[in-house]
Design a protein around this ligand. Sequence first.
Ligand SMILES: N[C@@H](CCC(=O)N[C@@H](CS)C(=O)NCC(=O)O)C(=O)O
Length: 207
Amino acid sequence: MKLYAIPVSLYCAKLRIVLRHKNLTWEEMPPPGGYGSETYKDLVPGGSLPALEHDGHLLSDSEAIAEYLNELRPEPDMLPGDSLERARIRERSRFHDTRLEPALRALFPMIGRQPDDMEISGQWGVLSERLTQMETLLPETTPCLTLADCGLPVTCLWIDELATHFRQDPILSRRLQAYLEGLNAHGAVSDELTQYTPRLKTWMASK
Ligand SMILES: N[C@@H](CCC(=O)N[C@@H](CS)C(=O)NCC(=O)O)C(=O)O
C-alpha cells in the first residue's frame, strides 16, 4: 500500500490515523513529480493529497479512502452501528471536511500578518462558530474510534497552534477538550499526533 502524502497535510494525517488504527502497513511517498505537478495530476486529476495506491488502483479523497480501508480491514470497525449511527458518523466526518477544516484553512494565507488584522479576527470568529456547530454533532462519549474522529484531533492541534500565533482567545471548549482527550487515549491518535506535531511546528517556523 502506497500513500502519497506531504508531511504537513492534515488530510494525510487523518488517513494515517485510520491506517494505524487498522494496524495496516504502508509506504509513504511524496506525490510523483511534486505537489501540484502535471505528473501528479495525470494520476489524480484534482491534484489533491492524500492518494492511496493499492492492488494496482489509485484512489483519492480521504473520505473515500478511509471507507475503503474500513472495508478492506473490517476490524476494528470504524463505521459501526445501524444505518442511522453510520449516517451520523458520516455526517460528522463530512462536516469536519467541508465546514470546519476549510474555516481553518482560510487562515493559512494570513499567517505572518499582524495579529490585530481585522480579517484574522473575522475568520477566527467563523472558525469558532464552526467549532460550536461541530460540538453539537459529537456523541456523549468516545467508546470507539470512528472514521469521523480521525480528522478532528489534527484540526484541533492546528487551531491551538494558530491561536498562539495570531494571539487569539482559545476556542476549544471544555467539552471538546474532554472529547479530544478521549480520542487521544487511542494509540493511533496519540502516535500520529506525536509524529505530526514537530512537522507542524517546523512548517510554522518556515512561514
Ligand atoms: N476532500 C479532500 C481534501 C484534501 C485536501 O484538500 N488536501 C490538501 C492537502 S492537505 C490539498 O491537496 N490541497 C491542494 C489541492 O486540493 O489542490 C480529501 O479529503 O482528500
